[in-house]
Design a protein around this ligand. Structure first.
Ligand SMILES: [Fe+2]
Ligand SMILES: [Fe+2]
Length: 135
């Protein structure tokens, strides 16, 4: 069962970014499925790895777009991304070493992490980019 479901409240009004956010949600759902099906540490670790690399790619695409258009809050936004990547990498390290198992709590953390970032931080650049002709 999907943990994360896309709806319009997640739309930042930029098609490419919305698509990438949907892909991130799909990866979180994939991880949740693997966790709830009791898949092993290796399978779970692989999906977590995919989530991290896609997140890094998404953040760099987003940052490129924001810097290209001179977004005034670019530096702060970039710093938030770096902090998020650090957190999830720390989580991955603990999962890899067996110190942590991906549980419903971990899934909730990842879901909140993405959801709050999209709705609280990404949402702020939507009208700015739209004003620059980016849709
Ligand atoms: Fe962002
Ligand atoms: Fe984003």
């Amino acid at each position: 069962m999907a943990l994360f479901r896309w709806d319009n409240s997640y739309s930042v009004g930029v098609a490419e970014i919305d698509q990438q956010h949907q892909q991130l949600m799909a990866l979180i759902n994939e991880l949740n499925d693997a966790m709830s099906q009791g898949k092993g540490r290796q399978a779970v670790g692989e999906i977590l790895g995919k989530l991290i690399s896609y997140t890094a790619r998404h953040f760099s695409d987003e940052e490129r777009l924001l810097s290209q258009h001179g977004y005034p809050e670019y530096e702060g936004h970039k710093a938030k991304h770096a902090k998020m990547v650090d957190k999830v990498k720390a989580l991955q390290k603990d999962v890899d070493s067996g110190k942590l198992t991906v549980s419903a709590d971990v899934m909730k953390f990842l879901q909140d992490w993405l959801s709050k970032h999209i709705k609280g931080t990404d949402m702020k650049y939507g009208s700015f980019l739209n004003g620059k002709g980016v849709h």
